[in-house]
Design a protein around this ligand. Structure first.
Ligand code: HEM
Length: 334
């Protein structure tokens, strides 16, 4: 059912149609108009902060596509999930991106990044993932995130006022300030699911997890850093060896909070290197296959399920409206 969603999203051209269908499919508790309105307003705030990037994504705007394969690694994961991702090879159409809605941020400046994966299993099951380089999210609810975006669209003072009243954002800012400031290429960076998901076994037993894609080997900068050097850098690393990420699945401990992306899971955890993602080629968004994909992280095939984390749930409508806007603009500019 969810697999068909992707095609539906690609054919619906109006935001109204997309909000309607996303909400019905999810059986979201919130009334449709409320969830849709909130998503529209959040997207409007992105446009106020970054400008309208016609025909392009409103967040993670700069990026490029890649192709690769996901190969199972440690069969102990099959004790938790019947997902085909862990029993056979899957094809990947991915996208690497800079966080934020700026059209052309420089690769030479240290930033936060995103990795999106459309993974098709041997029998045609589709799994979509959108991860980023944050360890946890700045706030725990879509309402708080919408307020933060509105504050950013208003003024620096409005952001300060929001931060003063948000212990979550203060905690996030303190954490981010302590992270090492080192410029790394996309292929040398760890991407985190941030939101939680469930592994589901053949008896329908669910285990809460988060996952990360961790570079399997250290990947260097091999090109003089400049505005757009990431593309050439990854191409050189693909040519000279391997660009591989380990899919590291972290199993929740009993006391971990599952449905709150603003709370990091700390301390000892069982981790399984469930699969390996190997990149075979990269291509620009002009010709690549990732450009018109809606990387809705709620689309998962049997053996994986989304958690009830409200941030994860809210992403579906927002991304669908984003896709609708950029496809409509592209159509109109033909
Ligand atoms: C309420 C919270 C969030 C909002 C409002 C939001 C908003 C957006 C928007 C508007 C887009 C562009 C969608 C498009 O045009 O296709 C986007 C893309 C993206 N977001 Fe989020 N996001 C949220 C949470 C997250 C989280 C928690 C993560 C990481 C785990 C994340 C990672 C990404 C990535 C990687 C992309 C790029 C997808 C692509 O390449 O197509 N976002 N986000």
């Amino acid at each position: 059912m969810l697999d068909k969603t992707i095609n539906k999203f690609a054919t619906y051209k109006t935001a109204r149609g997309i909000i309607c269908c996303s909400a019905v499919m999810l059986a979201v508790q919130t009334p449709i108009a409320t969830a849709g309105d909130a998503a529209l307003k959040t997207l409007d705030s992105f446009e106020k902060v970054f400008g309208v990037t016609e025909g392009k994504r409103r967040n993670h705007t700069k990026g490029f596509c890649f192709n690769g394969m996901l190969t199972p690694n440690d069969s102990s994961i099959l004790g938790y999930s019947a997902s085909e991702l862990f029993s056979g090879q899957s094809e990947v159409i991915g996208r690497l991106s800079h966080k934020g809605g700026k059209l052309a941020p420089s690769d030479a400046n240290i930033g936060q990044y995103g990795m999106s994966l459309s993974i098709t299993t041997a029998s045609g099951g589709i799994n979509l993932m959108s991860m980023n380089t944050e360890d946890f999210f700045p706030v725990s609810t879509p309402e708080a995130f919408a307020q933060l975006m509105r504050a950013k669209a208003t003024s620096a003072d409005a952001v300060k006022t929001f931060a003063k009243n948000s212990p979550e954002l203060q905690h996030y800012a303190a954490h981010m300030a302590k992270r090492p400031k080192i410029l790394r290429p996309y292929e040398g960076i760890t991407f985190n699911s941030v939101n939680s998901f469930y592994l589901v076994d053949a008896d329908n037993k669910k285990t809460a997890v988060r996952w990360s894609f961790v570079p399997a080997a250290s990947q260097s900068i091999n090109t003089e850093p400049s505005q757009d050097f990431f593309y050439k850098n990854i191409q050189r690393n693909i040519d000279k060896g391997e660009v591989v990420w380990d899919m590291v699945v972290t199993i929740a401990n009993e006391d971990d909070v599952v449905d709150n992306a603003a709370i990091q899971w700390t301390g000892e955890h069982k981790q399984i290197v469930a699969a390996k993602l190997k990149v075979s080629s990269v291509s620009s968004e002009d010709v690549g296959q990732c450009t018109d994909i809606n990387y809705d992280p709620m689309v998962l095939s049997a053996g994986l399920e989304p958690s009830a984390d409200p941030i994860l749930q809210a992403r579906r409508n927002i991304y669908a409206i984003g896709l609708s806007r950029r496809l409509t603009e592209k159509q109109n500019n033909k």
